[in-house]
Design a protein around this ligand. Structure first.
Ligand code: SF4
Length: 546
């Protein structure tokens, strides 16, 4: 029986056992479990190789790609997992051949995958999250799984940075160390608490590296108005998170009479100077990932999924959607990179040219993006003055993932009910609950500031640290409250980063992770005073002391 509880929408709040709520079938679940098992073996060998001075760039980046494939809503194609498992074991054996005097006792470092998919599925069924690979102690197992899900999140950000040519040996070393440690049943609770906090520390490093990669390659985001309507003409919709895919597509669609639109987490891309310079990079279409079932069939052009979150294509979507990077859906055409990382998007362009596109212009208003750290800190004096004069009473970081649960209306209500002398900082796709609301401004400072994608949590941290510095207080003493929503494993990694930074009093919803046991939750409450969201009114009242 499959068992997966890595995301917020897990069945009955406890675990998907028959089929994933996300659409993952038991075969893919078993193959993901086997890939994870194989990666722990690769981690053990790579860690030993590193001790002997060998760090292989191909193995490092591959480890991140393979882990990224197991994130929620990334890859649903069993054939891709069969390849990844084979490659993992080939790399493991290749590395073994380059090191001397080491032997590996753990079976994960020595196992041979079955010769076909069915055999691998059977092997994967033996290595699931409830298997004897993990500790019998439920609290230790909870932390082992927290580490695994955190590593998956780190891997996603490390992959995005590596695609732009930015790598950090310390990040690769921790990914391998974490994987190597994962099935070690001889460690105590303190060891695992320390490992998950170190995962948060590594994630901070990774988000910092990705911020550097994005801003050095495409410039610092600047406040930019993004139309929510469309122009008459052929159209391509880009979803996911990858800036380089978008840049290559914009380059290749120049002069072809095609307008390019963003969907979901790609919205903040409009703020980057080296992306916004393309005149045919027009606007934003639709909202967050979970609405693609109704938004994609209505889009009259081709669609490119660059990363999570893909769902089962509905209506005619299957005939016009393409995947790239780690994303996969059986039968959906995939655009692969060549050995230099270049991608030829001709099939996507040809598809867009064969579809009707939008027949007329339509104005649906606009939103403003681009309030990343550089833009916000550029007006820091104004912000600090507004706080000192009392014009700004409080900041709320209302951020994180969106999802399908009705409980997520909390975030819309929270923003709507936040008093007029408060400012909302936001990032990631949770903002689609309120991104088009006109909240006005406070002395020229917009009350709703869109910092960017989920990885731009780094930018939010930098803004908070700069404010704390300006006011000569700790971050926890700022008039700033974090009201977060989570869905998948990148959010887990970010949460671990906030714990590593010692951030307290986070409100988390719409529900707490199923993989956190009551005892582990108690540790988090005792140390960080993390709390579940209540109602928007109750939480606002508690925060503002009204
Ligand atoms: S990723 Fe989430 S929805 Fe999908 S199987 Fe796992 S817990 Fe269930």
């Amino acid at each position: 029986m499959m068992f997966c509880y890595q995301c917020e929408q897990t069945a009955k709040g406890t675990g998907c056992t028959v089929r994933g709520v996300c659409g993952k079938d038991p075969e893919v679940a078993a193959l993901q479990d086997l890939l994870t098992y194989a990666l722990t073996g690769l981690g053990q060998v790579a860690q030993e190789a590193r001790k002997q001075g060998i760090s292989d760039p191909k193995v490092n980046h591959f480890t991140a790609e393979a882990l990224f494939s197991t994130l929620t809503n990334v890859d649903f194609d069993p054939a891709r997992f069969v390849d990844l498992i084979k490659q993992t074991v080939e790399m493991r054996e290749g590395l073994k051949g380059r090191i001397s005097g080491a032997s590996f006792d753990h079976p994960a470092a020595n196992f041979t995958p079955a010769s076909d998919q069915a055999g691998m599925v059977a092997q994967g069924e033996e290595h699931g999250l409830t298997s004897a690979d993990y500790s019998d102690n439920e609290d230790i197992r909870s932390l082992q799984h927290t580490l695994l899900f955190g590593l998956r999140g780190v891997a996603a950000y490390a992959d995005h940075a590596a695609i732009l040519g930015y790598q950090d040996e310390a990040i690769w070393a921790f990914l391998h160390e974490g994987l190597a440690a994962l099935l070690d049943k001889g460690q105590d609770l303190n060891y695992w608490v320390n490992m998950v906090l170190r995962c948060g520390e590594t994630n901070l490093k990774t988000m910092e590296l990705l911020d550097k990669a994005n801003t050095e390659t495409y410039g610092h985001p600047v406040p930019t108005q993004v139309p929510l309507g469309h122009k008459a003409g052929k159209a391509i919709l880009v979803s996911g998170h990858d800036l380089k895919d978008l840049a290559m597509l914009l380059e290749q669609t120049q002069g072809k009479g095609i307008y390019v639109y963003t969907h979901g987490e790609m919205l903040p891309c409009h703020g980057y100077p080296e992306l916004k310079k393309y005149e045919h990079f027009y606007g934003h279409y639709g909202t967050a990932w979970q609405n693609q079932g109704k938004e994609f069939p209505a889009f009259p052009g081709a669609i490119l999924m660059t990363t999570n979150c893909i769902q089962k294509p509905k209506g005619d979507t299957g005939e016009k959607i393409f995947t790239t990077g780690q994303v996969g859906w059986p039968g959906v055409p995939h655009i692969w990179a060549d050995e230099n990382g270049h991608k030829d998007f001709t099939p996507v362009i040809d598809k867009a040219l064969s579809l009707p596109g939008f027949t007329e212009d339509e104005d649906k208003g606009s939103v403003t993006v681009g309030f990343a750290r550089n833009a916000v800190l550029g007006v820091a004096d104004k912000v600090i003055e507004a706080v000192k004069s009392g014009a700004i009473r409080h900041f709320f970081l209302v951020a994180g993932c969106d999802g399908a649960k009705p409980g997520r209306n909390y975030y819309t209500e929270f923003v709507e009910k936040a008093p007029a002398d408060t400012v909302i900082l936001t990032l990631a796709c949770g903002k689609f609950r309120f991104f088009d609301k006109d909240l006005g401004d406070i002395g020229g400072i917009p009350r709703l500031l869109d910092i960017g994608q989920c990885n731009d949590a780094y930018s939010a941290v930098q803004i908070a640290l700069a404010l704390a510095d300006a006011f000569k207080v700790g971050v926890n003493d700022l008039p700033l409250s974090m009201v977060l929503s989570w869905y998948e494993q990148k959010a887990c990694a970010i949460l671990l980063t906030l714990f590593h930074l010692g951030i307290k009093n986070i409100r988390l919803g719409p529900s707490l992770p199923a993989f956190i046991t009551p005892n582990v939750l108690k540790v988090l409450v005792d140390n960080f005073n993390i709390m579940p969201i209540k109602t928007a009114e109750e939480d606002l009242k508690a925060i503002l002391g009204e």
